[in-house]
Write a new protein. Sequence first.
Length: 75
Amino acid sequence: MADILKSLGYEKVLTYDVGIIEWAADESLPMDKLPRYEKLVYPAWVNDLIHGKNPVTYPGNGYKIFEVSWGEPLQ
């Protein structure tokens, strides 16, 4: 994906050259925890819900779908 973004002209593409396990184990590197990450679901889960199915972990009390981004918009 990084190569594709670079070929499209994006200059600020960062990648991790080590595996995520090694990176996360290095205490000098930043590692943020997403609050309430357990509320995130896979796209297939949302698709099932939208199409009237009842995903196993769905509590049955309504739902809200948000599109969120992080950082400055790419131009």
